[in-house]
Design a binder for this molecule. Sequence first.
Ligand code: AMP
Ligand code: MG
Length: 492
Amino acid sequence: MSPPNTFTFDNSYATELEGFYAPCRGEQAPEPKIVQLNRELAAELLLDADALETEIGASIFAGSEAPEGAAPLAQAYAGHQFGGFSPQLGDGRALLIGELIDRHGMRRDLHLKGSGRTPFSRRGDGKAVLGPVLREYVIGEAMHTLGVSTTRALAAVTTGEQIMREGLEPGAVLARVASSHLRVGTFQYFAAREETEKVRQLADYAIRRHFPELEDASDRYLGLFRGVRDRQASLVAHWLSVGFVHGVMNTDNMAISGETLDYGPCAFIDRYDPKAVFSSIDSHGRYAYGNQPAIAQWNLARLVETLLPLIDPDDSERAIQLATAELEAFPSIYQGHWLERMSAKLGLGHAGEGDLDLAKDLLDAMDGQHVDFTMMFRRLADGLRGDVEPARAIFDDQAVLDPWLKRWFARMALEDGTAGERAAAMDRVNPVYIPRNHLVQAALDAATNGDLEPFEKLLAVLQRPFERREGLAEYEDRAPEDFGPYVTFCGT
Ligand code: AMP
Ligand code: MG
């Protein structure tokens, strides 16, 4: 059996960045089987889904077989993990298979996670298991349909192996697509080794791939930093606006492209709580919901440090001054994006004076009141349609919302359009359906026991998050009381 000739690879990383990776093959999986194939994404990548939904397709997605034109490799990177620097991480259980040019002419990485050991595996087994693979699949798709910039799953396969974690679990591989896998940690790997020319080579590559408008700019490396900073500011503001907690914002998990990368111990908040943490190992709340903007800036500081010798090779003082000014602009750029998102959530056409306080004061009122973040904004729209009781009812103390509601109605009176139109605009940006933790967990548990139906149903519901449909009430409900606090795990 030969691989279907369905991939047209165009491998820039392999050809332009020799020395930045180790060529590597996937391990042989005993019995690869496709669990889920993303046909919509396959079409976007100009791939023949029918040819992929085959034994040979399963074997390609498991990493057992490299399709023609592929140049499988493990990328080198370093990273700050929970603030401590690891000079050598790299793809310990992942492979970049090759790059595809999609229907829109965009370059996309095809990457496998869980395909076996690589030269970067250290003590790890190079494997992944089904639950976490499907978590990345469903959360990534939910983020995509919410409009958040993200890598996406093309396929999930089981390998036929049983892998030791807490107990024995089905081995699995995630085939994912990203606009690149360049990370802050990729720059750190070469900067830590004082290989300035390699940092330059990488920066030039990143500019060509993600910021081609900078190619002829005289301050192109500072421009690269500005570009990454702006994309991260926008991304993290978007995360907060939908209640997303990444959970492990190490610098090796922050993409230069501005896509959400590496779904490990991630989750969506239910009740609003800036301190919300789900990861089993984040006991100090470093990566808590409300701490994410500050951590993004911290990570960006690590990135710009690697670029200092390029920003001004002759005058390091000047390089530091320039870099610091750009870095210090992050909070206000972030706040601009956040205000834009929050204004839309609150039904405001444009943010004006006082709107930042209006948005912040709503969140302050919600804090400590066990208010479901997602429900709140749909219920505010209902308030605009004439019934404020559902919004008041989700506060422990219903009177807490009243002074804020008064201000909001006064502000809404200044908006164009009817109340019905404003409410409809709110419903277009405030989801009904998010991947609620209890639903995700139930879907992953069932899938691990061989029943894919809850997973597929959840995936289908999340395809249209803003549109309430008949018969799906359980998908918008909060977790039952006995679900308890939710805990997620890294590196599983
Ligand atoms: P992550 O927490 O998934 O972002 O991974 C952090 C680092 O650990 C990366 O270098 C991974 O490649 C590596 N890693 C995680 N799990 C494994 C594993 N099971 N085997 C080998 N390397 C791993
Ligand atoms: Mg990672």
